[in-house]
Design a protein around this ligand. Structure first.
Ligand SMILES: C[S@@+](CC[C@H](N)C(=O)[O-])C[C@H]1O[C@@H](n2cnc3c(N)ncnc32)[C@H](O)[C@@H]1O
Length: 310
C-alpha cells in the first residue's frame, strides 16, 4: 500500500448492477454508448480451434466473438480475448485467482469465467464495472462457476487485496492519454490514468502500480502488462520501455517481451495522413511484457551478473 491518497477499493456487486440496470439501459464510456441489461444471447461459448501462441509475435486480426465478447466490439481500446486466454492458460491453472486491475469492458473476467479461474477486477470507472458485470451474465456448461469480483478502485491502491494472494496478473492499462476512458477532465484528480498527458508523470504513477502488483502477487508467479507507445512531434515516445523499467525496479524479472500486432485502430486514418506528410512509420504493435516475481530467497546473482544490468 502507498502513502499518497488514492481511492479505496469498493466492491460493485451483482445487487449494485441490478439496481443500476433497473434505471439505466446503457453505459457511456467516453463517447461510446454500450447497451446493458438485455439477456445476453450466446451463439458460441468457447473459441473454436483455439491454439496457444508459441512465439513472441502475436497477431489477432479478428477480435474473438465467443461468449459475450461480441457485445464489446465497440468498446475502444479493449484487448482481444485471445490475449488474456493465452496468458491465463499458459500461466495459471483452474481454481487460481487472476487479477486485472484495469479491467475496462471485462474481457479478462469473461475469460476467467470460461476457463475456471477466480477473477478479481478493478477499474477507476464505475461504468466499466457495470459493463463488466453485465457481460458476465451468461451460463457456462459447468454450473460450479468460479467467482468473478468487480471493484471500483485505483490500481495504485489495492487495499482489499492481501499480500501474496494472487496467482496471475493480466492487465492492460491506458497509455498516457492516447485513449481517454472518461469525459470529465476532473477524472485525472479522481485517479484516471488515461487523463495523464505527461509521459514522465504517467511512468511515475506506473511505478506505484508496479509496487502494488509486486505486493499482491504470490512469489514465483507471473504478471503480464500490455502497453503501447505513441508519437509526439513526429518522434516515437517509448512509454512501453519506461513502464517495463518501472516493473523491473519494483523487483520483477522479465520473462517475455511479446510483440502484439495492432489492428483496426480508430485513429489509423489520421495517423496515415500524418505519416505521409511527415515521413514516419505507422506504429503497428504493442508490447506484452510478462514479468515474474522471484521466489522468496531465490538466488538471482548469476542472472544479474550475466547481464551486468541491475
Ligand atoms: C485499456 S483499458 C482496459 C481495456 C480492457 N483490457 C478490455 O479489454 O476492455 C484501460 C482501463 O483502465 C481504467 N483506468 C484508468 N486509470 C485507472 C486507475 N488508476 N486504476 C484502475 N483503472 C484505471 C480505465 O477506466 C479503462 O477502463
Amino acid at each position: 500500500m502507498t502513502d499518497k491518497k488514492y481511492i479505496e477499493m469498493k466492491e460493485i456487486t451483482d445487487k449494485d448492477y441490478k439496481e443500476f440496470v433497473s434505471k439505466h439501459k446503457k453505459v457511456i464510456i467516453e463517447d461510446t454508448e454500450l447497451e446493458i441489461g438485455n439477456p445476453n444471447k450466446i451463439k458460441v461459448l468457447q473459441p473454436e480451434n483455439f491454439e496457444l501462441e508459441t512465439t513472441t509475435l502475436w497477431s489477432f486480426p479478428e477480435r474473438g466473438k465467443w461468449a459475450t465478447h461480441y457485445l464489446n466490439a465497440r468498446y475502444r481500446g479493449n484487448w482481444a480475448p485471445q490475449v488474456p486466454r493465452n496468458l491465463i492458460l499458459r500461466y495459471s491453472k483452474e481454481g487460481d485467482t487472476v487479477l486485472d486491475a484495469f479491467v475496462g469492458s471485462g474481457t479478462t473476467l469473461i475469460e476467467c469465467k470460461l476457463t475456471g479461474r477466480n477473477g478479481i477486477s478493478v477499474d477507476i470507472n464505475k461504468d466499466a464495472l457495470i459493463l463488466t458485470r453485465d457481460r458476465l451474465h451468461f451460463n457456462t456448461l459447468n454450473n460450479n462457476f468460479p467467482e468473478q469480483k468487480t471493484f471500483l478502485g485505483d490500481a495504485r491502491n489495492l487495499n482489499l487485496i492481501e499480500d501474496k494472494s494472487i496467482d496471475l496478473i493480466a492487465t492492460h492499462p491506458p497509455y498516457a492519454s492516447i485513449i481517454s476512458y472518461t469525459k470529465n477532465s476532473n477524472n485525472k484528480e479522481r485517479g484516471d490514468l488515461s487523463k495523464v498527458h505527461s509521459v514522465d508523470e504517467f511512468c511515475e504513477e506506473m511505478k506505484t502500480v508496479a509496487k502494488e502488483f509486486f505486493r499482491v502477487l504470490k512469489p514465483g508467479k507471473f504478471c503480464a502488462v500490455l502497453i503501447g507507445d505513441t508519437r509526439r512531434h513526429k518522434h516515437e515516445v517509448p512509454i512501453s520501455f519506461r513502464t517495463m523499467q518501472s516493473f523491473l525496479d519494483a523487483g520483477f524479472i522479465l520473462k517475455e517481451n511479446i510483440i502484439k500486432a495492432q489492428h483496426n485502430t480508430k485513429t489509423a486514418p489520421l495517423w496515415k495522413n500524418m505519416s505521409v506528410k511527415y515521413n514516419f512509420l505507422l506504429l503497428a504493435h504493442e508490447h506484452l511484457f510478462v514479468f515474474r516475481k522471484p521466489e522468496e530467497g531465490e538466488n538471482l546473482t548469476k542472472f544479474k551478473e550475466s547481464m551486468k544490468w541491475w
